[in-house]
Write a protein of this length. Sequence first.
Length: 163
Amino acid sequence: MTYRVCFVCTGNICRSPMAESVFRARVAEAGLDGLVEVDSAGTDGWHEGDGADPRTVTVLRENGYEAGHAARRFDPAWFTRLDLVIALDSGHRRALRRLAPTERDADKVRLLRSYDPAAGDDLDVPDPYYGGAEGFDECLEMVEAASTGLLAAVREQVEGQAA
C-alpha cells in the first residue's frame, strides 16, 4: 500500500515544489520510493500549469535536487487518497482544514516545521517570492531541517502498514 504525502503552499511555485523535491529525494535515499508517493499543490490556482519559480529551480539544482514541476491547485477530493497534507505555513493549514470534507481529513493536515524540533514556536516557512535569492536559500534550509523528522514519521507509518 502506498503512503501519500502532498505539500501545499499558496501558488505551488516556490515553497511546496521545493519541499516536494527535497522530500522525494529523502524518500529515495531511505529506500522508500516504491512505498511513498510525494507531490505538491497550491491553495490558489494563480499559477496552474506553470513551472516552479526560476529561483526555486536554481536553489534546488545548486543543491543536487530535481526541479521538474508544474503547478496545480489542491482539490479537496484528494483528501480521500492522501495520508498526510503538509502545509508550509499556518495560513495554508487553516485553508486546508476548511477544505477538508471530514474531521478525519482535517487531522491529516500538519505544518512542515512541526517536524523540526529546532523550529520552536516559529512553524511557518516564510514566502520567499517577493524577496531575493537569500529567501529561497533560507526556505531550502528550513525544508531540509524539517524533512528529517517528517521522514522518520512517514517511515513509522509505512512500517506500521506493512506489519
